[in-house]
Design a protein around this ligand. Structure first.
Ligand code: COA
Ligand code: ZN
Length: 314
């Protein structure tokens, strides 16, 4: 068996939050239930944010209440503040995924407060749920901010350290607007593993500039075993200018499985669900393998080639 890789599916959270047309609660529940049967380690179902900030996910309670929870799958939710944490606990989330940005400007745009204030609020959340529910922290714009530009690696490590010191279970290092390149990812992964090998480390990439799968590969070769992906390659932060889709889960799983990694995910089942996604969101989606078919799926030999072969006696 190849190296085990653990996938977290974020399509109904990161994927849907930027969609212009409201997606019905029924469709969200059905999609999560279908994904639950695919072999994911985790599904980020929704977020407990202000319904004014993210109207798409205003039905978070109802979705969490109606999904059928499959054994072995963790159902996590994004939480920006104490109010969100209380709602998430009430909804019996398996994990709280707290979020703040490593760039001050993006934190102000997304969470409407300075980073220090976010940190203080999230530290309160961590104290509130300590020992009851595992905490993951997602650090946004960790490979660059669309407004500020470079975010120094040291800054990302410093925020990571502050959360590690509070006893979180995991950290997700997010390339919110697809600015990371594979060399930068390799350096980041090495530094993260040197300092935080005791934590669950997840990488979260967007394919905004076509570097998404290259970055997954750089991280996997650098020893990272946890990734976020979004079915169909949907996604993006509404408060990050120019944000676009996450890496497509099915394309990433297809690549890693072809290379001999063990994602635990059944590609054919995932592709079936991905092919139903355009009907749910009302437009085409970026994922490529759902359109092309997996590389193992061959096409019939054209009649002209068969005739040519017969003539050549080959
Ligand atoms: N759940 C539900 N409602 C919430 C809430 C939560 N977690 N947090 C705040 N609210 C409500 C307040 O009750 C208040 O409602 P009111 O206007 O009816 O009184 C309103 O939102 C504003 O509250 P306030 O504390 O002033 O927050 P804010 O306006 O500064 O917004 C956030 C801060 C973090 C709540 C908001 O910016 C947010 O939800 N952002 C989400 C960002 C996100 O998910 N981005 C994409 C993922 S990276
Ligand atoms: Zn994202």
């Amino acid at each position: 068996m190849g190296q085990r890789i653990f996938f977290n599916e974020v399509v109904t959270r990161d994927g849907f939050q930027i969609e212009p047309e409201f997606i019905a609660t029924d469709a969200k529940v059905q999609l999560v239930d279908a994904l639950s049967a695919c072999g994911y380690a985790k599904i980020e179902v929704t977020s407990f944010t202000s319904p004014k900030a993210i109207p798409m996910l205003r039905d978070a309670e109802e979705v969490m209440g109606r999904i059928a929870r499959a054994p072995g799958v963790e159902y996590t939710v994004l939480v920006p503040n104490l109010r969100g944490a209380e709602r998430a606990m009430e909804a019996r989330a398996d994990e709280l995924n707290l979020v703040m940005s490593t760039s001050e400007t993006h934190n102000l745009a997304n969470l409407r407060m300075p980073r220090e204030q976010s940190f203080a609020a999230l530290a309160d959340v961590i104290r509130l749920v300590a020992g009851r529910t595992p905490i993951n922290v997602s650090l946004s714009t960790a490979f660059g901010c669309p407004m500020e530009g470079d975010v120094p690696q040291q800054q990302v490590l410093a925020w990571s350290q502050r959360f590690a010191d509070l006893g979180v279970r995991g950290l997700t290092i997010c390339d919110t607007t697809g600015m990371a390149n594979p060399a930068q990812v390799a350096r980041m992964c090495e530094a993260l593993q040197q300092r935080f090998a005791h934590l669950q480390l997840t990488l979260h990439f967007h394919n905004t500039r076509g570097m998404g799968l290259a970055n997954v590969l750089a991280a996997a070769q650098g020893g990272i075993v946890r990734f976020d992906g979004s079915l169909g390659g949907l996604g993006g932060c509404p408060y990050a200018p120019g944000a676009s889709g996450n890496i497509s889960s099915e394309d990433a799983v297809h690549m890693l499985e072809a290379m001999g990694y063990d994602t635990g995910i059944e590609v054919s089942r995932l592709l079936q669900i991905a092919r139903a996604l355009p009907a749910i969101v009302g437009h085409a989606v970026p994922g490529q393998v759902a359109k092309a078919g997996p590389s193992t799926q061959l096409h019939p030999v054209p009649a002209a080639v068969t005739e040519l072969r017969a003539r050549l006696g080959a």
